[in-house]
Design a protein around this ligand. Structure first.
Ligand SMILES: Nc1ncnc2c1ncn2[C@@H]1O[C@H](COP(=O)(O)OP(=O)(O)OP(=O)(O)O)[C@@H](O)[C@H]1O
Length: 313
């Protein structure tokens, strides 16, 4: 559904050249749900703009939904939907009319556009809002309308730029319920960016991480966590001296009375670790194990936590 080779975009300004996307090779199979993650300025939006034909590549190729972005941008646009961060509905029409009008713009017949609008309103729980103006909708309702508008022409592939950003936790969960529902109904390939790592972790089948314009990790959330971060054991000693000795013995890192040890499988490693400490006469006040998060993967790969400064307010 998406095939890029050496996809590159350079921005040239008077005094500066920014290589926003540096030779990306990416293949996405039909029907997949892919989360595209990266810190601020990593190149996510630029990649999305290249794939959706909003921006021409400087070099490299991208074939999206069967069409080349450079040679056949209209072909790409006819087969993809794009839900950006800004609202896609105007204020002139009510919800149903907006859907029908945008369907007509894509070349659907009146009866087809009306039928498609009805189908999407059902799927996205917009039926009770059919005669409301977009400006009167809540943030979550408006986002559902945006998603319906992105799907009006039955695209094979839907790009979603931060679909749940700015919503309260309940509306975020609701948007995800709808995204998963439409995926089940249509089998649409979904390619989305998000700053919420737990969403990517729980929902996406594949996580692609970009930093400095290059893809630095690609796999299932489980694979990335197992391969790149590993489990951790956190030990609490009674004194800083004991913690330092425990760190030496286990290969961990001590901070005050706490020691953090990275291991492939923490529950399996914990008993042996405690036995070794006891044999060395080191008393431990508490011990706990933790699975890594995608943020740990980020930290390992980029040296920074995505939650440090990137999470929108
Ligand atoms: N039109 C432009 N002109 C010059 N530089 C640009 C332009 N658009 C993006 N850039 C630069 O390209 C790099 C990648 O930006 P991009 O917007 O793709 O990052 P991002 O991962 O989407 O970041 P964010 O999470 O903050 O939206 C940044 O250094 C940015 O300043």
């Amino acid at each position: 559904m998406i095939h890029t080779r050496g996809l590159t975009r350079v921005f040239t300004m008077k005094k500066e050249t920014v290589e926003a996307v540096r030779g990306i090779d990416l293949d996405v199979e039909p029907g997949r749900l892919v989360a595209f993650l990266g810190p601020n300025g990593a190149g996510k939006s630029t990649t999305l703009r290249l794939l959706t034909t909003l921006l021409p590549p400087t070099s490299g190729t991208a074939v999206v939904a069967g069409h080349d972005v450079t040679r056949d941008p209209a072909g790409v646009r006819s087969r993809i939907g794009y839900v950006g961060q800004k609202n896609s509905a105007g204020e002139s029409f009510r919800v149903r009319d907006e859907l029908v009008t945008q369907g007509r713009c894509y070349g659907l017949t009146v009866s087809d556009a009306v039928a498609r609008a009805g189908e999407l309103m059902r799927l996205l729980d917009l039926e009770d809002l059919a005669t409301r103006r977009p400006g009167t909708l809540s943030g979550g309702q408006r986002r559902r309308l945006d998603i319906a508008l992105g799907l009006i022409h039955r695209p094979d592939l839907l790009f979603l730029d931060e679909p749940s950003t700015g919503l309260d936790p309940k509306s975020r969960a609701d948007i995800w319920r709808h995204i998963l529902r439409l995926r089940e109904a249509y089998g649409t390939t979904l390619f989305l960016t998000t700053h919420y790592l737990e969403e990517a972790d729980n929902m996406a089948e594949r996580v692609v991480i970009i930093d400095n314009g290059s893809i630095i990790a690609d796999g299932t959330a489980e694979q990335l966590k197992n391969d790149l971060a590993g489990d951790s054991i956190t030990l609490t000693a009674h004194t800083g001296q004991d913690a330092a000795r425990a760190a030496d013995l286990t290969g961990g890192v001590a901070e005050g009375v706490t020691v953090r040890v990275r291991v492939p499988n923490a529950p399996a490693a914990l008993p042996e670790c405690l036995r070794a400490l006891e044999a060395a006469g080191i008393k431990v006040a508490a011990a706990e194990t933790a699975r890594p998060t995608l943020d740990d993967v980020f930290l390992t790969l980029t040296g920074r936590s995505l939650t440090d400064d990137d999470l929108p307010a």
